[in-house]
Design a protein around this ligand. Sequence first.
Ligand SMILES: C[S@@+](CC[C@H](N)C(=O)[O-])C[C@H]1O[C@@H](n2cnc3c(N)ncnc32)[C@H](O)[C@@H]1O
Length: 262
Amino acid sequence: MNAPNDLYVIGLGVSFPEHLTKQAIDAMASCSKLYSIVQEPLLPWLPAEKMGKIEVVNLLDSYVDGTLRIENYNRAADLVLEASADSTSVGYVTYGNPMAYDTVAQLIVKKAAEQGRKARVIPGISSLDSILCDMQVDIAPAIQVFEASWMMAFQIVPRVDTHVILMQMGSFGSYRSHYGKRLSGGALTGLVEHLLAAYPKEHRVSLVRSTASGQHPEKISTYTLERLSDATVEELSGASLYIPAVRQPTPNTAMLRELEAN
Ligand SMILES: C[S@@+](CC[C@H](N)C(=O)[O-])C[C@H]1O[C@@H](n2cnc3c(N)ncnc32)[C@H](O)[C@@H]1O
C-alpha cells in the first residue's frame, strides 16, 4: 500500500542538463524536500521553479570518511525514509540510473518496502549507456558487468569471449569511504594480475570517463593490460574499464544451423 506522500528515487543521467528527462524534472518539481549525492551546483539540474524554494540536503555531509561505505549508505537511506514519514513528498536524487550501482537507492527501495511502501524509481541514462555509446559497442548478444573489487573478492574470472565493463575502478580495493583520496593505476596491480590469469598481457583495455556532452567529450585511455598500472589519477578517477572480448565464443554448429533453418 502506498503512503499518501510520495517517495521518489530520481536518476539525473550522466550529464545534466543534457540527460535530464521530463519525468525526472516532474518528479523533482513535485517534491517538497530533496536529498542528493550530486556535488555539482544546483543550477543545471534543479527545476527552475524550485530554486531557492526547496531544501536540498547534501547527503555527503552525513558521510563519515574512513568508515565502511555501507554504513554511510544506510544512514543516508534512513535520513530519506525518516523525512518521508511525515506528510511531505521527498526525493533522493542521484547520478545516472538509480538502479545501476547505487546502494543508497537500493536501500531506500528495500526499507520503504519493509514499511509497506513503494518508492517511485525514475530512470536516468546510466554511465553504462554512455560508455557503450562512447565505445560504439552493442550490448548484444551479451555483455558482462562487474563491480571491480567485488569481482576479485568473489574470485570471478570474466569470460574472455564476451565484452566486459568493470565499474568503480577509482575506488578499487576498499569498501571504505576515502573521499579525499584519489587512486592512480598503481592501486590496480592485484586486479591486473587477476585478469592476466585469463587475458593475454598485450590485450588492449580502455579506461572510459564518459561525459556524453558536446562541450566535454569523453576521455578514453587505452593501455595493454600489463601496463594498466601506469594509468594516472585523472584517468582512473570516476572511470570504468572496458575490456573487449579476446575471441568469439565457440558455437554449437547444430544449434546455429537450426536457428538459421527455422
Ligand atoms: C556508484 S556508481 C553509480 C553509477 C550510476 N548510477 C550510473 O548509472 O552511471 C559509480 C561508478 O559508475 C561509473 N561511472 C559513473 N560515471 C561515469 C562516467 N561519466 N564515465 C564512466 N563511468 C562512470 C564508474 O565505474 C563509477 O565508479
